[in-house]
Design a protein around this ligand. Sequence first.
Ligand code: SF4
Length: 337
Amino acid sequence: MSLLVISEEKRGVCMSEILLEAKGLKKYFPIKKGLLRRTTAHVKAVDDLSFHVFKGETLGIVGESGCGKSTTGKLLIRLLEATEGEVIYKGKNILHTEKEEMRELRKELQMVFQDPYSSLNPRLTVGQILEEPLANYSLYPKKEWRSKILELLHVVGLGEQAIHRFPHEFSGGQRQRIGIARALMLGPELIIADEPVSALDVSIQSQVLNLLKDLQQQFSLTFIFISHDLSVVNHFCDRILVMYLGRVVEISSKKNLFEKPLHPYSQALLSAVPSPDPKRKKERIILTGDVPSPSNPPTGCAFHPRCPSCMDVCRQIRPVLKQTAAGEAVACHLYTE
Ligand code: SF4
């Protein structure tokens, strides 16, 4: 069956149907010391994360470097095993599925990585790279592989001649197109794109983002889009989850987050994004201090040492993520009654 025919069948975006849900997701990396390599502490890379992704939407995950965004992406498709929590995909906790079942699920859950060059085997031609998933899953008769590969190369905007060339013969943007074609090869439902354009020139970034948008329409894909760049997220996402030190601090629609961010951390991040309207000047909020260590997070609200609105309660009690009247969610004492 043609990949393009599959796309027709899979069309039908549903923003009210939850495709994937994370519940209390944690990833603690042990810190080992001494001759006996005893665990003395843990780096809490992801700490009690709960959120859901609607079928057909693009959920952005943003935050400073080291906040746990990429770890979250890997936990969701078990490229890393979680310390605790659940990931419900189509009603099933995939953290407890057997190896064989997980292997099957991987067809539907794909990842596009930040650095297209290091994620492509330099010794294989593009044809061989794209053949691998088909061979691993024995999806089609071997005689059809070539036509599938050519079809997908066309879909991602690469010519037929690309099939015989090696990754180093391509530009960064073209290599990312190869990475995207590989992710599409098995007909996925959900693609986790981890900083997919941050290694590319600005002029190429928008081309790759537009390609991803077109593919989302064409194949009815759901995206989790991880980025530190809010301008890119603004271009691409429907809803945005803001992370700080391994936790969710705010989940909001793109419109609400960009027009009226609630959490002081989101406000600071957004204040650094240039306004498209030169008459609407924004006041830049400069955060003081460094991001605290995830192995020894501050008491209470982890953001309190850097927060311009910090109150006494913030140093003692950790705010929980609460739904607002507008349907957003924020973890901040400014919004608790
Ligand atoms: Fe700032 Fe307090 Fe809100 Fe944390 S809980 S973001 S310290 S106001």
